[in-house]
Design a protein. Structure first.
Length: 364
């Protein structure tokens, strides 16, 4: 963002061998020249001539400490001047400069000055466009950092809940039964033996739950970044754990996918199936993955109870409760978009689309 004029100062003082430049005209062209030259250590602006007291470049010249005159002839008479640029557009000035000759002084005016102004204008527009694009990507990066941080926090909370509600509770139950065994073994040996068997079964269940948590954190084949085998193993585990029939179909080659996209896609599917287990009351869910050269599409559909989508959209708490917000945010982080379709009694369908470029372009 540009500073107000009152705060501006020359950032790069001119060097001893700088070119001494005088500018005739303090309109838009003259102001643009001052903006550029005032921060160039190889240029020293020795004066500006302008008749119009309201010209935009005059205030700028004052802030930069550039001498101002209303008579352009005074600039021509200056002892230390190497280059005179006329951007006044005045016919009289142009004619006078055409007849002016002085050893060691170069004059740029007329068509040359107009061409210079057009170049400066192009430079200003290009700089503005670069700044606009840079600001856009900075905003996207800040959003990415924010959303990634939120996703990490959410994932940690989910893992903590899984460990607390499943694994820890199972271990606590085993510990209670072992304490009971300690009391019974002195009085009722048969009862204590039965309790030990129950404890062993509960401990086995706790081990399975711990393995499930570990798998959810680091699914098989992640080290090799193989998405399809990781999903296949996850669906087998999911179906065994939830008793929800899980159908998976895929078309296309996962090798064209960027590793980061694979990770986010796995987490999107994982969260969607978790929502099916918690809220849908479904006994079937299908996952369809279509990988094309320009587009990645994943469709997750269940035969559960569904919900009133319009009512959920009006209530942010319900939006979070059904877990849809996290899915759509993850899709956004890889440049994609999500669509939710649901009606009471008709199940729920989630469609995520992620645009893809050629692999070579994405890895550059």
């Amino acid at each position: 963002m540009k500073k107000p004029l009152s705060q501006r100062a020359r950032r790069n003082p001119p060097t001893s061998g700088a070119t001494n430049v005088a500018i005739i005209g303090a309109g838009r062209g003259g102001a643009a020249l001052m903006e550029i030259f005032a921060n160039d250590p190889l240029v020293r602006i020795v004066g500006v001539a302008e008749l119009d007291p309201k010209a935009p470049g005059l205030e700028l010249a004052q802030q930069f400490g550039i001498p101002i005159t209303q008579d352009y002839r005074q600039l021509l008479a200056m002892e230390r001047v190497d280059l005179i640029i006329d951007v006044s557009g005045d016919a009289e000035v142009r004619r006078f400069l055409e007849d002016f000759h002085r050893m060691g002084v170069t004059i740029i005016g007329g068509a040359s000055a107009k061409f210079m102004w057009e170049l400066i204008g192009a430079r200003i527009r290009a700089t503005a466009e670069i700044e606009k694009t840079l600001n856009k990507y900075q905003s996207l990066y800040r959003l990415y950092v924010k959303e990634t941080g939120a996703a990490v926090t959410e994932e940690r909370t989910r893992i903590a809940c899984e460990i607390h509600d499943g694994f820890v509770q199972s271990l606590a139950g085993v510990n209670f039964k072992l304490d009971l065994c300690q009391e019974l073994i002195r009085k009722k040996s048969r009862a204590s033996l039965a309790t030990i068997k129950e404890s062993k079964a509960q401990l086995k269940l706790a081990i399975q739950e711990a393995r499930q948590v570990i798998f959810n954190l680091r699914p098989l084949h992640y080290d090799k970044m193989e998405l399809i085998p990781a999903l296949t193993n996850y669906f087998k585990s999911y179906q065994l754990q939830t008793h929800i029939t899980t159908k998976f179909s895929v078309s296309g080659d996962e090798q064209i996918l960027f590793p980061r996209t694979k990770i986010f896609l796995f987490r999107i599917i994982q969260e969607a199936l978790s929502n099916v287990q918690k809220h849908a009351r479904a006994d079937r869910v299908s996952i369809k993955l279509d990988i094309e050269m320009e587009l990645l599409r994943v469709t997750i559909a269940d035969n559960g109870i569904g919900f009133d989508l319009e009512a959920v959209l009006r209530d942010p708490e319900k939006w979070d409760h059904f877990g849809i917000k996290g899915i759509l945010e993850r899709a956004r982080l890889v440049g994609g978009e999500g669509l939710v379709q649901s009606k009471p009694g008709k199940g729920t369908k989630i469609i995520v689309k992620v645009p893809l470029g050629h692999r070579e372009e994405r890895e550059e």
